[in-house]
Write a protein that binds this ligand. Structure first.
Ligand code: FNR
Length: 342
């Protein structure tokens, strides 16, 4: 099957596949504070992610890669919403555009629409250093995401079957490209073992891309009759994954993503130690159903709601929100206890 068709099918199935709600955020409860001692006007959503300075912790996570006119329109809409909502945005995998110049416009449109915004390039861990640099240059990116998606590839009969050398290539890319590198999962979560290995090769920012939101095992299974069901529930739930990475490698800047669906989920991800939160599936759905204006309104609502939650907790800043007390119950508690976290 050609790549463009596959990308369109990913979008269609992402829109029609319900989230499973197993990200673990429901296991987190904030400890209410009756004396928040904060003026709402003093609350700021500014955050830092390694060297990157962001006016909002929310960003549009990587979605549509090559796929012709339809994905170009989607990328344009996402870029307009990112500009007006003043949030960062990652483009989808640029692999197709590195091979075929005709695909470049799907990505360059994002920079054209949003000239001063923060935009992340996106490639897989199979690319060469040279191609990683080309992906960054293509959209004058402020950062580079390298996605790790071994399980998604395994579920696809036409997917990659050789995963060797990825860590070495990541090390070379980190040493060579001029922008911060974010290594991300795509919905299966990141373990502390992976985070440690990434840190050892110089990675400073990771996106846990945890289980509980968009599920590429289920999406790939929907696209075909031969179904590999044993990967459908595979992965580290996002809440547990954030704790795994934050507590094991405190020097890493962590993005919480995978099943972040509300400002409350985002607040919980940050309180667990994330510095920013990525959202993909729900933003795509909002764009398709409600257009750019609807997506901008949604982003503004997320900002408004997060500000109210921070007010209730007495946290004036994202750094303050990272320190508020919380209680962890249920499966997330069980997971963290089994894995030796306090
Ligand atoms: C994705 N995602 C993704 N990630 C990536 O690094 N490169 C890519 O090309 C894509 N493509 C893509 C297409 C579509 C249609 C969706 C919905 C998602 C994964 C995405 O960035 C994110 O990690 C997961 O979707 C989990 O986040 P949500 O959707 O649960 O918020």
């Amino acid at each position: 099957m050609d790549r463009a068709k596959r990308k369109i099918e990913h979008i269609q199935h992402a829109l029609s596949t319900a989230d499973q709600g197993e990200s673990g955020f429901d296991d987190i409860t904030f400890v209410h504070q009756s004396l928040p001692d904060v003026r709402m006007n003093d609350i700021h959503l500014h955050t830092t992610l390694g060297e990157l300075s962001l006016s909002s912790p929310f960003f549009i996570n990587a979605m549509t890669g090559g796929g012709g006119k339809k994905t170009l329109e989607i990328n344009k809409g996402l870029a307009e919403a990112a500009k007006h909502g003043q949030i960062a945005m990652a483009v989808g995998s640029q692999t197709a555009a590195l091979k075929d110049d005709a695909e470049r416009e799907t990505f360059t449109v994002v920079r054209k629409v949003n000239q001063n915004g923060i935009i992340f390039a996106n490639v897989g861990s199979e690319v060469s250093v040279e191609d990683a640099k080309r992906a960054v240059d293509m959209i004058e990116a402020d950062g580079l995401q390298i996605h790790l998606n071994a399980v998604q590839e395994l579920v696809m009969p036409e997917g990659d079957r050789d995963f060797t050398g990825a860590l070495l290539r990541i090390e070379q890319i980190v040493q060579t490209v001029q922008v911060p590198v974010i290594v991300k999962e795509v919905g299966f979560g990141m373990s502390r073992e992976t985070a440690l290995r990434l840190k050892e090769v110089g990675v400073k920012i990771v996106d846990v891309g945890g289980f509980g939101g968009t599920n590429f095992a289920r999406i790939e299974n929907k696209r075909r009759s031969s179904i590999i069901t044993y990967f459908n529930n595979w992965g580290i739930p996002t809440a547990a994954s954030i704790v795994e990475v934050v507590q094991t490698v405190p020097s890493l800047a962590v993005i919480g993503s995978g099943g972040v669906r509300t400002a409350l989920d985002a607040a919980k991800a940050i309180a667990l130690g994330a510095s920013a939160v990525g959202m993909a599936g729900p933003l795509l759905r909002t764009l398709v159903e409600q257009g750019v204006e609807g997506l901008v309104a949604y982003i503004e609502e997320l900002h408004h709601d997060l500000t109210l939650i921070m007010g209730a907790l007495g946290a004036k800043t994202i750094a303050g929100l990272q320190r508020v007390p919380l209680v962890i119950r249920g499966n997330t508690h069980h997971w963290l206890t089994e894995r030796g976290f306090d």
